[in-house]
Design a protein around this ligand. Structure first.
Ligand SMILES: [Zn+2]
Length: 308
């Protein structure tokens, strides 16, 4: 196993090597970075082109609606009269086989698209993300890359991939809850898909998470703004590199909430960001030390006490 220093997903250096399981896991985002993966099929890197998104007329195809045109037909049944007698049998056998494959793919797609819609609406994902996820699913299904993986985990991974490529981050934990698939499994399938399809994904930035975490925690716009300011300063003193973005984002919100008298517990904030309490505690300590926020927080606490 190669030695991994940094999570390719979130840039965190907080990584655990587990030689027994043969896994390398990121402790910040929970991603399984490396493992002995079972490969099925050829490497399709670079063949998954963004330009496929457009139809011939230039309009985006809504991939959630595909029900035809998936498989080239062997031929119409009337073609049978044009065949040599010996070939008729072969033709019928082929036709039957094709129907079986095509109905099984279509059935899979119908179920998968229904599942995709449920998860996407649970997570409040915009249509572009749904369409992108559907397109990726269709692509991996047609190429037999789903073999040996549950439909649910592939759907969740496709949605996660689409979220990431549209910069609408959802944590692996959120995806796990919405899809009822283990987060490790989603992370693993996600890595498999982006590797096979050669999809390049930018690391998400801490500020991408602020508005969503803040709205789930019901924090005021002022707190949200302060959190963004804290992040900006954290970036300047290089407190953000080598740390998972969701964790920094959560810690910034936690600090901002303290400063604005909207205190949340570390547990509450950690849960929403899908990180551990240890992580948020560490990020919090770094922030208040390096940004010298301690006095501000103490002052606020004293004010609150005297008011009561
Ligand atoms: Zn990570």
């Amino acid at each position: 196993m190669a030695f991994v220093k940094k999570c390719p997903e979130c840039g965190s250096v907080n990584i655990t090597h587990d030689p027994q399981l043969g896994e390398v896991i990121c402790n910040d985002c929970g991603l399984v970075i490396e493992e002995e993966m079972v490969d099925s099929g050829a490497d399709l890197s670079g063949k998954f082109d963004k330009s496929e998104k457009k139809g011939r007329g230039g309009a985006p195809i809504s991939m959630q609606k595909f029900d035809k045109g998936l498989i080239t037909n062997v031929g119409e049944i009337s073609d049978i009269y044009r065949l040599e007698p010996g070939q008729t049998r072969k033709f019928l056998r082929l036709k039957k086989w094709q129907e079986r494959v095509s109905t099984s793919i279509e059935r899979n797609l119908r179920l998968a698209m229904a599942e995709l819609r449920v998860i996407a609406s649970y997570l409040n994902l915009p249509n572009v993300v749904r369409d992108e996820a559907a397109r990726i699913y269709n692509y991996v299904l047609q190429r037999g890359l789903v073999r040996g993986r549950s439909m649910e985990s592939v759907i969740a991974a496709c949605l996660y991939t689409a979220c990431r490529s549209y910069n609408i981050p959802r944590t692996l934990d959120e995806m796990a809850i919405a899809s009822d698939v283990e987060r490790k499994e989603i992370g693993r399938t996600y890595r498999f898909i982006i590797r096979k399809l050669g999809i390049k994904i930018k690391q998400s930035s801490p500020k991408d998470y602020i508005s969503r975490f803040a709205s789930v925690l019901k924090l005021s716009p002022k707190t949200q703004n302060d959190a963004l300011k804290i992040l900006k300063r954290a970036e300047e003193v290089e407190l953000t590199s080598g740390r998972g973005p969701a964790g920094i984002s959560a810690a910034a919100l936690y600090v901002a909430a303290l400063m604005n008298d909207e205190k949340k517990t570390q547990r509450e904030v950690a849960d929403i960001a899908g990180i551990t309490e240890v992580t948020i505690r560490n990020r919090y300590k770094e922030l208040i030390e390096k940004l010298e926020l301690e006095d501000k927080i103490k002052q606020k606490e004293a004010e609150t006490k005297s008011e009561k």
